[in-house]
Write a protein that binds this ligand. Sequence first.
Ligand code: ARG
Length: 463
Amino acid sequence: MAKLWEKGYNLDEVIERFTVGSDYVLDRELAGADAVASIAHVRMLGSVGLLEGDDAAALERELRGIARTAARGELTINREDEDCHTVLEALLTEALGEAGKRVHTGRSRNDQVTAATRLFTREYLLDITDSGLALVHRLLERAREEELTVMPGRTHLQIAMLSTFGLWLGSWAEQLLDDLEELETVARLNNRSPLGSAASYGVPLPLDRELTAHLLGFDSIQNNVLAVQHSRGTLDGRIVSVLAGIAMTLGRLAQDLILFSLPELGYVQLPLELCSGSSIMPQKRNPDVLELLRSRASLVEGWAMQCRGIVRDLPSGYNRDLQDTKEPLFRALHAVREELAVALILVDRLEPQREAMRSALNAEVFATDYAYDLVRQGVPFREAYLRAAREYGDRPLPDATEALRARTATGTPGNLNLGEPRGRAEALRKISRRRRREHRRALRDLVGGDLSLTSGDGERRNR
Ligand code: ARG
């Protein structure tokens, strides 16, 4: 296919291979979103009189077809094509002649790629938010079930005080809510339309930026056209950093489960279908899935650093460096969506071994409780502490349920106050439902039916 910038010379082959990199492969995933954004662009050009009505209608019809082909993963993009933007214009020109040559009026690949990336990212973030909330919901349900399941709480990994498996489950729900609230902030920044910013400086045409923003279901336009380019890469870095936060939460939860499922502790068992075996040791039941959740956290963190590193020293305006933020962004979106699906299966099916947890309660667990028994009798805390240090080992073990009941303050093992995280989850759910509705509305209106922009699942890249 002819390059969009072709002017009568051929690019050196080595240079071409280097500058295109893996972009043409990544763009197989982006092409659907590019076609959808182009429909909005074409409608806008029609509405401000920069395209004849017939041309706009014909372009829209072709673009719908391209969007569907791309969503099925059947759009071919070769290295010589450079990217999906080139293929799109070539297909339109091949089908419609003159009209195809008009589609690039008032835009540049720079705002085009940003618009497509934001739509694509929006859909991923919606999925990630929904799966994150499903995981929060299941963690809170199980926290309620395990409210009275006593276990030793640890600090420095050493036995500390009385805890419950319910407190542990609820803690990860609340940690994940922190992550998801942060994700909502970056999703909001992502949900502004870059279209009309063109190469970085706008164009001398009366483009209706608000119209394309509305058609595509963005909350608004991103105002300053140069700021649009500054946020490419920067915003990707912010998003991937938040995704790294989610991955870290899941990695740490996994780390605890690895410890809890040690035969020596046996607090938790993973059902057999979630464990892998060893090729040599017949008895093995390995928590590979948990270990990979732990390592993926580092991978996502690395991708965030890649995005931030690429933009750190960039001068104003578009720079080709930005192309290289695509891969870390796509990888992170895909990895975290997948991780959340995995974590949900784990949390849903893990089997708490209540007896093992209860029988791990020993005198050390209650040493501090003993000091507080003395405090309640009027002994000053420091004295009670010293007495408890000497005597705790000789005391009979108190009744754990009774001890739990003494913890009445909000958020403690005796009073999980699960309504609080449920309220936070509900608030996030409302926002994400509204955003999902807008996203569907825009796609239906532009493409004439339901379409997924992210069904490639990263697999397409490998074909
Ligand atoms: N593949 C390019 C990117 O992702 C598209 C934009 C190319 N723009 C340019 N001025 N060379 O950044």
